[in-house]
Design a protein around this ligand. Structure first.
Ligand code: TYD
Length: 206
C-alpha cells in the first residue's frame, strides 16, 4: 500500500510549521501513521546541507549554487526519508518542499524559475498529493519570523518587498495547480488547524 504525501508552504512566519505539527497530531489521533518532516533537511545528510544554506552571509552562495544545494538536500530527503515512509504506507507531512525552491530561488534573485523546474524534473520528479499554502500578510509574517530570530536568518533577511513578491508567486502557483489548498494564516490557530484537518480527511477519503 502506498502512502500519501502532504506539504506545507508559505512565506517566513506564516505559521506553517505549527500547522504541519498540528495536522500530524490530528491524523495520528485518527489512527494514521504519520512521518512529519521538514526542508531543508529531513534526513541526516540534508540536515548537514541545511546548515550550509541557512547560516552565514546572505551572499555566501550564488543563486545557481543555492538551487543545487537545496535540490541536493531534497534528493537525499526523498531517498532516505520520504520514499521509504510512503512505501510503508505512511502519510508524509513535510514542512516545505519543491514549491519553496520555486519561490525562494526561482523568483527572489532574478528569474531562475526555468532552471529550478528543469533541475526538479531531472533530480526530484515528484510532487505532493496535497499542498497547504498558509497565506499571510508579509508584514505580519516577517514580524513573527524576526521575533524568533536565531542563527538561521538568511532568507528572513530578504525583507518585506521580496516576501511580498513570494506571497504573490505562491498564490499564482496555487491558482494554477490543483493540488494546492490556500488557507488563511491570519486567525485562530485551532480554527486554522480544523480547516486543514477537514481538507486532509476529505482527501484521504477519496
Ligand atoms: P524554514 O525552516 O521552513 O523556516 P520558516 O519556519 O521560517 O519558514 O525554512 C528555512 C528557510 O529556507 C526559509 O527562509 C525558506 C528557505 N528555503 C529556500 O529558500 N528554498 C527551499 O527550497 C527551502 C526548502 C527553504
Amino acid at each position: 500500500m502506498a502512502g500519501r504525501f502532504f506539504s506545507f508552504e508559505g512565506i517566513d512566519g506564516s505559521g506553517k510549521s505549527t500547522q504541519a505539527r498540528l495536522l500530524a497530531t490530528a491524523l495520528r489521533a485518527e489512527g494514521h501513521t504519520v512521518a512529519l518532516t521538514r526542508e531543508p533537511g529531513g534526513s541526516p545528510g540534508a540536515e548537514e546541507i541545511r546548515r550550509l544554506v541557512l547560516e552565514g552571509d546572505p551572499d555566501r552562495w550564488s543563486p545557481e549554487t543555492e538551487i543545487l544545494l537545496f535540490t541536493a538536500a531534497r534528493r537525499d530527503h526523498l531517498e532516505k526519508t520520504i520514499r521509504p515512509a510512503l512505501a510503508r504506507g505512511e502519510i508524509v507531512i513535510t514542512d516545505r518542499f519543491a514549491d519553496s525552491t520555486r519561490m525562494y530561488q526561482g523568483i527572489s534573485r532574478g528569474d531562475l524559475a526555468a532552471t529550478v523546474d528543469q533541475l526538479h524534473a531531472l533530480m526530484i520528479g515528484v510532487e505532493p498529493d496535497l499542498t497547504f499554502l498558509i497565506d499571510i500578510d508579509p508584514a505580519v509574517g516577517l514580524a513573527r519570523a524576526q521575533s524568533r530570530a536565531g542563527s538561521e536568518m538568511r532568507f528572513e533577511d530578504m525583507g518585506l518587498a521580496l516576501q511580498s513578491q513570494m506571497r504573490a508567486g505562491f498564490l499564482t502557483l496555487a491558482t494554477q495547480t490543483p493540488r494546492f489548498r490556500v488557507i488563511s494564516g491570519d486567525g485562530d490557530q485551532a480554527a486554522i488547524a480544523a480547516t486543514i484537518k477537514a481538507a486532509a480527511l476529505t482527501h484521504l477519503a477519496r
